[in-house]
Write a protein that binds this ligand. Structure first.
Ligand code: ADP
Ligand code: MG
Length: 679
C-alpha cells in the first residue's frame, strides 16, 4: 500500500472543512500527515536585547504590553502590530499577513517571538510566535499550524492515522545503510517524532529523520546529475590544443599548479559530449579570469562563440579591456554589451553577435535581453555567479543550444552549500594564490583613533602606494550615502591634496564617468579612490595596496573579505584597515576573525554560522533549500554522510534496480518532480 496515494479523508471524522484545513498546511495524503513533524528551535535560545544584531534573526521573550492591532492596506494585505516589553523596553512587533496571530497576544501574558531585528527602529518583524506552552529557557516542540487548524486537532489526526496505518509505513532507506549508521526504520521514526516515550527515543528518531530527509534530497540531486550524464546532449568542443598552448606561452606569467589543474578539468569537460555544468571556486585574487579566458579561447577554436557575464558594468569593462588585450593579437574578435550603451551601439554589437563576427562577448545582464541572439553560442562563463539569480543564469544558457557552463565565484563555498545548493554541479577549486603574494595585514581601529589611519595612509602615499577608501550603504537613500562618501572625499583632499590626487566613485555617476575614474586609478593618476561599495566585486588594480573601510561593522564577513581582496593582488605588502565601533558581541567577533585570518574558506564558514543559512546569499532563490527536520549548517556531518551514501547508490545505475532498493526507487520516482523544483 502506498500511503502517498491515500487521502486524509479516509480517516473517521474528516469532512470537507477539516480536509481543507489540513490541505492548507500542504498535507495531501496520509503519508504527508504522518511525516508532518513537529519543529523545534533546537539551537535557539532567547536572547537579550543587546545581543540583537541589525537585520538578523533573533528570539525575544517579553510581556505583551498592548492589545494587538491589525491594519489593512493595499489589496488583501495587512499588518499586525503589538508591543511587548522586553527588559523594560517597549518593542514593536509587526507580522505581515498573519492577522490570526492576534489571538496569541493577550496583554500581560508572556510570549516568545522569533523574527528579524531592526536596530534603527528597535523593532522586530515577526516570523513565528513560539509555542504557547514554553517553559523557562527551553522551547517545547510545537507543530507549525495556521488559523485553520489547532495544534490539538492536528495531533489527534496524526494519532488516528498512525493507529490505522502504522503497519503500512514502508522504509525508504536501504537496510544496509540503516544498520551502518544505527538508524530507525520509517515506522519507528514516525512514532518517535510524534509520540516519544523518552528523550532518547525522541533523539534517535530525530537523528534518523534528518538523515532520511538529507538522503532523499541527495538522491534527487544525484538523479539530476545522472540524467545530465546520460543525456549526452552537450556539445563536444573539438578545440585546437596547439592554439591553446601557444596562447599560454604568450601570458606574462606561468599558471599556478592549481590553475593548470582546473584548466585541465574544464577542457576535459568541453571535449566530452556530456553537458558541462561546473563551478569554479577560487579565493579573491587566485586568478580565475585567465582560466575563463583559456576556456573561452578553446571554445572559439572549436568553432563556437563564448560569452562571459559579469554583475556590474565596472567589472564587465575591466574584463573587456583585459580579454581584448589577450585575445585580439590572436585575431579573435571581442565585443562588449552593457545596459548603458546607446541604441546604435547596442544594435551594431547585437548584429555582430547574431552574425557570428564577434567570437567572445563580454557583458552584463544586458546579454540576456530578448534583442540579443547568438549565431552559435557554445560556452558561457558566469562571473561572480552568486550575484545572479537562477533565472538569469538560465536565460543566458538558453541563448545557446545547451552550451557548456562555467560559473565562477570568489565567495568560497561552505561545505553545506557545496552539497546542497550546488550539489548538481561539478566543482573545481583554485586553492593557491600566485607565487610571491604576501598575506594582507589587517588592522581594526575604533573611530576615535581615526588619526592613526590618516597618518598611516600618509606614510603609504609617500611610498608611492595607491589607496581605496570604502564607505558602506548606510541608509536606503543613495543621496545620503553619497553625502557620506563626499564628506570623506573632502577630508582626504584637505589632508593630502594637491600633492596626491583623490578620486571619487559612486553608483549614481554616469557610466562613462565611472569608467574614466577607474582608468585614472588603474594608471595611477589617482592615488586615493574614495568609493561606495560599487568597488566591491572583481576590481583588479594590482598596484593598490591599502584598503580602508569605514563603518566596517555594517558589512558582513563575506563582503569585507571581498573588499579586502581588492588589495594584495601584486607582490607588494598590502594592508586593510577596518574602522568600526562594534555594538555587540557578534560585530566584535567579526572584527576579530577578520584580523586573524585571510582564509576565505574559514571566513565563509563563520559567516554562514553567524548569519544563518537564509541570509548568506541574500535571497532565498539562491540560498539553501528548505529542510524540515535537518539543519544543513549544524547537521553538516549527517548531511555529508547522506551525500556519500546517495552517491554510492547512483554510482552504477543497476543499484536502484536491486530488490532491497525497490521502495526507495518507487519513492524517488513519486517525489522526483518535487525534488527537481528547488532549482
Ligand atoms: P580573481 O580570481 O579574484 O578573479 P583575477 O583573475 O582578477 O582574480 O586575478 C588577480 C590578479 O592576478 C590579476 O592581476 C591577474 O593578472 C593575476 N594573475 C592571475 N594568474 C596569475 C599567475 N599564475 N601568476 C601571477 N599573476 C597572476
Ligand atoms: Mg574575478
Amino acid at each position: 500500500m502506498n500511503l502517498q496515494n491515500i487521502e486524509v479523508s479516509t480517516l473517521p471524522g474528516v469532512g470537507p472543512k477539516r480536509l481543507q484545513a489540513i490541505e492548507s498546511l500542504g498535507i495531501k495524503s496520509i503519508y504527508d500527515l504522518l511525516f508532518y513533524f513537529p519543529f523545534r528551535y533546537e539551537d535557539m535560545e532567547v536572547k537579550s536585547l543587546d545581543e540583537a544584531v541589525d537585520q538578523e534573526k533573533i528570539l525575544l521573550k517579553g510581556v505583551v504590553a498592548s492589545d494587538p492591532v491589525v491594519a489593512h492596506f493595499g489589496y488583501r494585505k495587512n499588518r499586525l502590530n503589538v508591543r511587548i516589553l522586553v527588559e523594560n523596553e517597549s518593542i514593536m512587533i509587526t507580522f505581515f499577513n498573519q492577522p490570526w496571530l492576534k489571538d496569541k497576544f493577550e496583554t500581560g501574558n508572556e510570549v516568545a517571538v522569533y523574527g528579524k531585528w531592526n536596530e534603527t527602529r528597535r523593532a522586530l518583524t515577526g516570523i513565528k510566535v513560539i509555542g504557547d506552552s514554553h517553559s523557562e529557557g527551553s522551547i517545547d516542540s510545537v507543530y507549525s499550524v495556521n488559523k485553520n487548524i489547532h495544534q490539538k486537532t492536528l495531533v489527534n489526526l496524526i494519532k488516528q492515522a498512525f493507529d490505522k496505518y502504522q503497519d503500512d509505513i514502508q522504509t525508504v532507506i536501504p537496510s544496509e545503510i540503516r544498520e551502518k549508521y544505527e538508524l530507525l526504520d520509517d515506522q519507528k521514526i514516525v512514532k518517535g517524532m510524534h509520540f516519544p516515550d523518552s528523550e532518547s527515543e525522541s533523539e534517535t528518531a530525530r537523528r534518523s529523520a534528518k538523515f532520511r530527509e538529507f538522503f532523499l534530497f541527495e538522491c534527487g540531486i544525484q538523479s539530476i546529475k545522472a540524467r545530465d550524464r546520460q543525456d549526452g546532449d552537450g556539445i563536444e568542443e573539438k578545440y585546437d590544443q596547439s592554439f591553446v598552448d601557444q596562447f599560454l606561452s604568450t601570458l606574462p606569467f606561468k599558471l599556478t599548479d592549481s590553475q593548470s589543474k582546473v584548466v585541465d578539468e574544464i577542457l576535459a569537460d568541453m571535449k566530452s559530449s556530456h553537458h558541462m555544468n561546473r563551478l569554479l571556486q577560487g579565493d579573491v585574487g587566485s586568478g580565475k579570469t585567465v582560466v575563463a579566458v583559456i576556456a573561452m579561447l578553446a571554445s572559439v577554436t572549436a568553432g563556437y562563440q563564448a560569452a562571459i557575464m559579469a554583475p556590474t558594468e565596472i567589472l564587465a569593462q575591466q574584463h573587456f579591456d583585459k580579454i581584448s588585450k589577450l585575445l585580439t593579437p590572436l585575431k579573435l574578435k571581442v565585443g562588449i554589451l552593457t545596459g548603458s550603451q546607446t541604441k546604435k551601439e547596442h544594435d551594431t554589437i547585437a548584429g555582430n553577435i547574431a552574425n557570428g563576427q564577434i567570437n567572445v562577448i563580454v557583458g552584463t545582464h544586458a546579454l540576456i535581453q530578448d534583442s540579443v541572439s547568438f549565431k552559435n553560442l557554445g560556452f558561457i562563463v558566469i562571473d561572480e555567479q552568486h550575484r545572479f539569480g537562477v533565472n538569469q543564469r538560465k536565460a543566458l544558457r538558453e541563448k545557446g543550444n545547451n552550451p557548456d557552463v562555467l560559473a565562477m565565484t570568489a565567495t568560497p563555498i561552505p561545505r553545506t552549500l557545496a552539497i546542497t545548493t550546488y550539489g548538481d554541479m561539478d566543482v573545481s577549486r583554485i586553492d593557491e594564490l600566485p607565487a610571491g603574494r604576501k598575506a594582507i595585514e589587517t588592522y581594526w581601529i575604533r573611530s576615535q583613533k581615526i588619526e592613526q589611519m590618516y597618518k598611516f595612509v600618509q606614510k603609504q602615499l609617500q611610498d608611492d602606494a595607491q589607496v581605496y577608501v570604502v564607505t558602506p550603504l548606510i541608509s536606503e537613500s543613495e543621496k545620503i550615502d553619497l553625502k557620506n562618501a563626499e564628506l570623506i572625499f573632502d577630508k582626504f583632499n584637505e589632508l593630502y591634496a594637491p600633492k596626491y590626487h583623490i578620486g571619487l566613485l559612486h553608483g549614481q555617476m554616469p557610466n562613462d564617468e565611472k569608467e574614466s575614474v577607474m582608468d585614472e586609478f588603474s594608471s595611477h593618476k589617482i592615488d586615493v579612490l574614495v568609493s561606495t561599495t560599487v568597488i566591491e566585486v572583481g576590481v583588479d588594480v594590482p598596484n593598490a595596496t591599502v584598503m580602508v573601510i569605514y563603518d566596517a561593522n555594517r558589512f558582513g564577513l563575506s563582503q569585507l573579505h571581498q573588499l579586502r581582496g581588492r588589495v594584495g593582488r601584486g607582490d607588494k605588502q598590502s594592508y586593510c584597515i577596518l574602522i568600526a565601533d562594534p555594538k555587540n558581541d557578534i560585530a566584535l567577533e567579526r572584527m576579530k576573525i577578520l584580523t586573524s585570518t585571510t582564509d576565505g574558506f574559514v571566513l565563509a564558514e563563520e559567516d554562514l554560522k553567524m548569519r544563518g543559512s537564509g541570509d548568506l546569499l541574500g535571497n532565498k532563490q539562491s540560498g539553501l533549500p528548505d529542510f524540515k527536520v535537518g539543519n544543513p549548517i549544524t547537521d553538516i556531518n549527517i548531511l555529508e554522510t547522506a551525500q556519500i551514501e546517495a552517491e554510492q547508490i547512483f554510482k552504477d545505475s543497476n543499484q536502484l534496480e536491486k530488490p532491497e532498493n525497490k521502495v526507495l526507487k518507487s519513492f524517488l520516482s513519486a517525489e522526483f518532480e518535487q525534488i527537481n523544483n528547488f532549482d
